[in-house]
Design a protein around this ligand. Structure first.
Ligand code: CA
Length: 582
C-alpha cells in the first residue's frame, strides 16, 4: 500500500455533516491499491467504557491517481472519534491523527475528532435546486414585449449584436413567452443583471434597488416573479457586488470630491484623484476596467447598503436566490453576513457563486450553496466537442469533482455548457447538432442542476461575446424544432427520475485512448446506465451488470444486448444512449 498517497484531514470535504444526524467521512488512497478500508468510530466520552464500532467504507469515485472512499455514520450523541484500518493484500495498517500505525491504536485520544454535529453548522442547500432545470436569459436579447420603453437608437430585432448596441428586450417580453418556457419544461430561470445600468449587459450597476427602465419597473418584476411562481418556475437574479458601475452615485461623488467625499471609503482607492494612468486606474476595479470600480465590502455603510439589496429582492419582490458575479474577489466575511441576511429572508433561497476554479473555501455551509461548475464544463467540451480529452480523462475529472466538495454541494452544483461569457456550444461544435446533443446529454444525467443557455434549444449560434448574445429567434420556421423536442424530452426525463438527479453515481467504463464512457445512476429502485461515444466511428462497450438484468434505451440511440452478467451496447458515431433497467 502506498502510504504517501493516503490523505485525510477533518472537516471540509473529508468529514462533514451531511444533515442533522449524518456525518460523512472520506479518505483518499492510491487508485486500485487498497482492498478494504474500515472506519473505526465511537463517542469520545464513552469509548473507554462501551468501545468502538466499525463501518465498511465504499469507493465513491476514482480519478487518474486516486480512489475516494466514504462512510456514512449517524453517531447517537452527535460526536465522532474515528480512525481507519486498511487492508491491502496481506498487509493491515491503521491510521489515526498521528499517522500510520502497525497495530490497532490503544489510545483513543489520538484518533481523529469530529467534535460535535452542531445544527447551525450543517450545510443545507435548498432542496428545490436538485429538482431544477435552469434556463439562462440575457434580458436585453430574449424578447421585446414593450417597445414604449426601448432605449433610443434601438436596432431591429435580430440584427448583429455588438458590444454596445441595443435591441429592446424587456421583462414584458419574458412574461409573454412563459408558455414557451413551460413547453420546454424548465423550472428555474437565471437572469443576467436586471438593475439599472448603462451597458446592454448591465454588469455596471447604477442603482441596485431599481429594475433598469428599459427592462421595466420593480412592479413589473414582481409581476414576472409571480407569473413564474404560478408555473412552478424559480427566479435567480445576478448580483454584481464585487464592483459597481461608473455611474453609481457614490462613485460619481468620489470622482468629484476625492478624499473629501463621504463615500471615499466605499471603494479601494490607492491614490487620489481617481484617474487612469497608463491604462491602470488609481483605484481597484474589475480587471482594469475604470467603469467597474471595486466596492469596499469591508466598509460598514457598503455592507448595510448591499445587504439591504440582498434582502429587498428576496423578501419584497420574491426572487428565489442570487448568482454572485466575480464572487471569489469579495471577502469571505462579507459573504458570511450575506448568507445570514438572505437565508433569514428566505431559508430556501439559492446562493450561487461565479467561481471558475476549485471552490471548497466557499462551500462549507457558511457562504455559498454552490458554484458555477466550469471545471465540468471544460471537461465535457474537451471530451464531447473538441476531441482533446479521451473517455478516461473525462471520467477521471468527473470522479475527482464528485469527491472535491461535500455531497450536498455537488447535488446543487450549477452545470452549464455555455453562457453570455463563452462562445455558443453549437459554434464550438462547428454547428454539428449531434455533438451538441451528446454534450447536453451529460449534465442532464449527472449530479448537479443543469442549465440551458437561451436559444441553445432552437439552434442559435454565436461566437464569443458579443456574438453569443444574439436576439432570441421567435419565428418558428427559423427555429430548429427537432432540437427543441430533444431538449424538451431530455428535461422531462430528468424531472421524472430522481436517479438521474441525485441518485448514486458509479463509473462503469472508461479507458485511455478510447472515446467511450459509461456510468450508472440509481435511486428509488430505478437504475439507469448512460453510455456516450464521442468518437466519429461506431463504438461498442461491454459493461458489468447483474445477471439476467434487462435494459432498454429510453433516450438516444443504441443497441443493447445482454448475455449473463454482461451488457453490450453499440453506439453510432457521436452517439449517446440512456438505458433504463426494466
Ligand atoms: Ca422593449
Amino acid at each position: 500500500m502506498l502510504r504517501e498517497a493516503v490523505y485525510h484531514r477533518p472537516k471540509n470535504n473529508w468529514s462533514y455533516a451531511y444533515d442533522r444526524e449524518t456525518i460523512h467521512v472520506r479518505i483518499r488512497t492510491k487508485r486500485d491499491d487498497v482492498d478494504t478500508i474500515t472506519l473505526i468510530h465511537g463517542d469520545k466520552y464513552s469509548w473507554s467504557v462501551v468501545g468502538s464500532q466499525t463501518t465498511a467504507m465504499k469507493i465513491i469515485s476514482q480519478d487518474n491517481l486516486f480512489d475516494y472512499w466514504q462512510a456514512e455514520v449517524k453517531p447517537p450523541f452527535r460526536r465522532l472519534k474515528y480512525g481507519f484500518k486498511f487492508q491491502s493484500g496481506n498487509e493491515s495498517i491503521w491510521m489515526n491523527e498521528q499517522g500510520f500505525q502497525e497495530s490497532e491504536p490503544e489510545n483513543q485520544n489520538l484518533y481523529f475528532d469530529f467534535p460535535f454535529l452542531n445544527p447551525a453548522d450543517v450545510f443545507t442547500p435548498p432542496a428545490w435546486v436538485k429538482e431544477a432545470v435552469f434556463y439562462q436569459i440575457f434580458p436585453e436579447r430574449f424578447a421585446n414585449g414593450d417597445p414604449s420603453i426601448d432605449p433610443s437608437h434601438v436596432e431591429p430585432w435580430g440584427g448583429v449584436p455588438t458590444a454596445h448596441n441595443f435591441f429592446g428586450g424587456d421583462l414584458q417580453g419574458i412574461i409573454d413567452h412563459l408558455d414557451y418556457l413551460t413547453e420546454l419544461g424548465i423550472n428555474a430561470i437565471y437572469f443576467n443583471p436586471l438593475f439599472e445600468a448603462t451597458t446592454n449587459h448591465k454588469y455596471d450597476t447604477t442603482d441596485y434597488m431599481k429594475i433598469d427602465p428599459h427592462f421595466g419597473t420593480n412592479d413589473k418584476m414582481k409581476q414576472l416573479v409571480e407569473a413564474c411562481h404560478a408555473r412552478g418556475i424559480k427566479v435567480l437574479l445576478d448580483a454584481v457586488f464585487n464592483h459597481s458601475g461608473g455611474k453609481f452615485p457614490p462613485f460619481l461623488d468620489v470622482l468629484e470630491n476625492g478624499a473629501e467625499s463621504r463615500y471615499a471609503d466605499w471603494f479601494h482607492v490607492r491614490e487620489f484623484p481617481l484617474e487612469v494612468r497608463d491604462r491602470v486606474p488609481t483605484y481597484d476595479a474589475f480587471a482594469f476596467e475604470p467603469h467597474m470600480p471595486k466596492l469596499n465590502t469591508e466598509n460598514a455603510a457598503v455592507q448595510e447598503y448591499l445587504l439591504e439589496v440582498a434582502r429587498y429582492w428576496i423578501e419584497d419582490i420574491g426572487v428565489d436566490g442570487w448568482r454572485l458575479d466575480v464572487a471569489n474577489e469579495v471577502d469571505h466575511r462579507f459573504w458570511r453576513q450575506f448568507r445570514d441576511v438572505v437565508k433569514a429572508a428566505n431559508p430556501e433561497a439559492y446562493i450561487l457563486g461565479e467561481i471558475w476554479h476549485d471552490s471548497q473555501p466557499w462551500l462549507s455551509g457558511d457562504q455559498f450553496d454552490a458554484v458555477m461548475n466550469y471545471p465540468l464544463t471544460e471537461a465535457i467540451i474537451d471530451y464531447a466537442v473538441k476531441d482533446i480529452r479521451d473517455g478516461r480523462q473525462f471520467a477521471d475529472l468527473v470522479g475527482y469533482l464528485h469527491a472535491a466538495y461535500p455531497q450536498q454541494a455537488s447535488e446543487v452544483a450549477f452545470n452549464l455548457l455555455g453562457s453570455h461569457d463563452t462562445p455558443r456550444l453549437l459554434n464550438l461544435c462547428q454547428e454539428d447538432k449531434q455533438r451538441l446533443k451528446l454534450a447536453y446529454a451529460i449534465p442532464f444525467t449527472l449530479t448537479g442542476t443543469p442549465c440551458i443557455y437561451y436559444g441553445d434549444e432552437i439552434g442559435l449560434t454565436g461566437e464569443h461575446d458579443p456574438g453569443c448574445r444574439k436576439c432570441m429567434e421567435w419565428d418558428e420556421t427559423k427555429q430548429d424544432r427537432e432540437l427543441f423536442r430533444f431538449f424538451a424530452e431530455l428535461v422531462k426525463l430528468r424531472k421524472e427520475h430522481r436517479a438521474l438527479r441525485d441518485g448514486t453515481y458509479q463509473a462503469l467504463y472508461s479507458e485511455s485512448g478510447d472515446k467511450s464512457v459509461a456510468y450508472a445512476r440509481e435511486a428509488d429502485g430505478e437504475k439507469f446506465i448512460i453510455v456516450l461515444n464521442a468518437d466519429t466511428v461506431q463504438a461498442s462497450v461491454t459493461l458489468p451488470v447483474e445477471n439476467g438484468s434487462a435494459y432498454e434505451v429510453v433516450f438516444g440511440e443504441g443497441e443493447p444486448s445482454a448475455v449473463g452478467n454482461k451488457l453490450q451496447v453499440s453506439l453510432p458515431p457521436i452517439g449517446y444512449a440512456i438505458l433504463m433497467l426494466q
